[in-house]
Structure formats: structure tokens, C-alpha cells
Ligand binder design. Structure first.
Ligand code: HXC
Length: 279
């Protein structure tokens, strides 16, 4: 049961949703966790819950877009737990918009969080592990639209595709350091962040649900479990891989999904369609 006993991990976006569930799961598997994210209060409440359950956690407020702040978070975790064994890149930013309405700053915000933020964290943690001469593992949370694409999410889809390519490149480059890197690709998961950004209205929610052959959303612990497996020695020969847990959504979408361009809704104005959006 304690497949991560004595280890220490950094979990980004660890204050809520999949990140919080993952931090709690890793702690139950015996690991110490540094939860990093922008808002202090949710991080502190996750850290308190980990401690309440008998684990060890550190809350570190930081934005993954800021390499110096990320470096300080890695150093704080090392200082507190004496080691670093890997990372969960879970922090994400997203909103649905027709591509032609996306501003340069909107593109930059999402790509900065998802792609540059993942690099900032991955490079900082890997450098610490390489310097210490210890092996480790990285798991990045992506989405199946990294390879299918999806109308309305061009910024996020492009950034997540970059994360897959980064993962595969580094899996080969850092194998000699004993560092494994993999991705998990959850389908629609019941969280406030994803729900608020991607299926804010009852109609959107029903449409997303109808796209999942298994007929339900994932729950965050299902994704945390997959990440715990990939970080553990049970996955010791798996690197550069993407594990999908989407209830069959992306395969089903190939046959039954709406034609490209017909599925755009937007979170602009509390879920009202932006000018030019089609339904
Ligand atoms: C259109 C929007 C917008 C929206 C923000 N922008 N929200 N444009 N529709 N709903 C534009 C802004 O107008 C601005 O451009 C630019 O984006 C930056 O916005 P800021 O609010 O200044 O940026 P910031 O505070 O950094 O916020 C980043 C964010 C935000 C990504 C925009 O939503 C965020 O931080 N979200 C984090 C939580 C989240 O999104 N979680 C969901 C992840 S789910 P202008 O030009 O006006 O300056 C996920 C799962 C996908 O990724 C897979 C599902 C299967």
C-alpha cells in the first residue's frame, strides 16, 4: 500500500480538484508533499488535511509562470523534507473561446501556465534530482485534445501537445539520470476548475456527458490513483508514455462527436456565447 513511503513530491495546482486529490493520495501512499499554487488558503487547507490524516505536507504559494518562485518552492520542499523524488505538473488554465476571438494576452496566459509552467517546474525539480544524483519521476496532467485537437481550446490544446512532446524528449534525454517522465490524460473530471471553465451551463454539462461512452465524469481520486502508480516503482519501466483515463471519450468522439467547428461554446460572460460562436 505504501508504494511511495519516505519519498517527497511537488504537486502544482495542489490546492483544488485533481491536484488536491493527487496530493492526498500520494500522502496516503507514504510520500511527503509540497503543494504549490497561486492561492494560499486552499493550499493550506489541503496541507492541513494531509497532516490530519497522518502525512506530511508543505503549502507553498507560487505561480508556475514565475521560474524564481518555482525554484523557491523546490528549495523549500528540499529544506523541509530533505529530498525530492519527483513532480506532478497539474496546474492548468483554460477557457473556451472561438479561436478568432482569442486575444494575444489570452493565448499567452494559457500557454504560459500550461507549457512554460510545466517546463519551469520540470526543469527545476529535475536539476535538483540530477544534482543530488537520485532517480525520480514526473507526471504531467494533459488532455486527449493534445492529439485530437478540440474547437474552442486552441491555446490549451497546443500547449498540452507541447507538454507531450516535452515529456517524450526528456524521457529519452534524462533516462541516464534515472528520471522517468509520463503524462496522464483524464477525460472530463468533476472539479470546480474544469467545470467552471469548460462546462459552466447545464446544457454544456449535458453535451460533455453525452460525449463519454461510459456516461459519467471522472472523479479526481481516479486520476490521483493513476499518477501514484506512474510515480511508483510499479511503473519502473514506463517512460515517455501517455495513460488515458477518459471513459472512452476520445475514441467515441471519432465516430459520434459533433463535426469540427460545431461544438464551440464559450465561458465569456458567464457562459453566454461570444460573438460569432456557433452552437
Ligand atoms: C475569453 C478570457 C477569459 C474567458 C480570461 N480571458 N478569461 N478570454 N474568455 N473566459 C483573457 C483575458 O481577457 C485576458 O486577455 C487574458 O485571457 C488573461 O486573463 P487574466 O484573467 O488576466 O489572466 P490570469 O489571471 O493569469 O488568468 C489565467 C486564466 C484563468 C487562464 C485566464 O482562467 C485561470 O487562471 N484559470 C485557472 C483555473 C482553470 O482555468 N482551471 C481549469 C483548468 S481545466 P486580455 O486580452 O483581455 O488582456 C483544464 C482541463 C482541460 O485545463 C481538459 C478537459 C477535458
Amino acid at each position: 500500500m505504501e508504494s511511495l513511503a519516505g519519498r517527497a513530491y511537488l504537486v502544482t495546482g495542489g490546492g483544488s480538484g485533481i491536484g488536491a486529490a493527487t496530493a492526498l493520495h500520494l500522502a496516503r501512499l507514504g510520500a511527503s508533499v509540497t503543494v504549490l499554487g497561486r492561492r494560499k488558503e486552499p493550499l493550506e487547507s489541503v496541507a492541513a488535511e494531509v497532516e490530519r490524516q497522518g502525512g506530511h505536507a508543505l503549502a507553498f504559494p507560487a505561480d508556475v509562470r514565475d521560474p524564481d518562485a518555482v525554484g523557491a518552492g523546490v528549495a523549500a520542499g528540499l529544506d523541509r523534507f530533505g529530498r525530492i523524488d519527483g513532480l506532478v505538473n497539474n496546474a492548468a488554465g483554460n477557457f473556451v473561446t472561438p479561436a478568432e476571438s482569442l486575444s494575444p494576452n489570452g493565448w499567452r496566459a494559457v500557454v504560459d501556465i500550461v507549457l512554460n509552467g510545466t517546463w519551469n517546474c520540470t526543469s527545476a525539480v529535475a536539476r535538483a534530482m540530477i544534482e543530488a544524483g537520485t532517480p525520480g519521476a514526473v507526471v504531467s496532467v494533459i488532455a486527449t485534445y493534445a492529439w485530437t485537437g478540440h474547437p474552442g481550446t486552441v491555446h490549451s490544446a497546443a500547449a498540452k501537445a507541447g507538454v507531450v512532446s516535452m515529456t517524450r524528449t526528456l524521457a529519452v534525454e534524462w533516462a541516464r539520470h534515472g528520471i522517468r517522465l509520463n503524462c496522464v490524460a483524464p477525460g472530463p473530471t468533476e472539479t470546480d476548475g474544469a467545470g467552471g471553465a469548460l462546462w459552466a451551463t447545464p446544457e454544456d454539462r449535458a453535451r460533455v456527458l453525452a460525449s463519454v461512452p461510459m456516461g459519467r465524469f471522472a472523479v479526481p481520486p481516479e486520476i490521483g490513483d493513476l499518477t501514484g502508480f506512474l510515480l511508483s516503482d510499479r511503473a519502473s519501466y514506463i517512460t515517455g508514455e501517455v495513460l488515458t483515463a477518459d471513459g472512452g471519450q476520445w475514441l467515441g468522439k471519432q465516430i459520434y462527436g459533433p463535426p469540427l467547428g460545431e461544438a464551440i461554446t464559450t465561458t465569456n460572460g458567464g457562459g453566454a456565447p461570444a460573438a460569432g460562436a456557433r452552437h
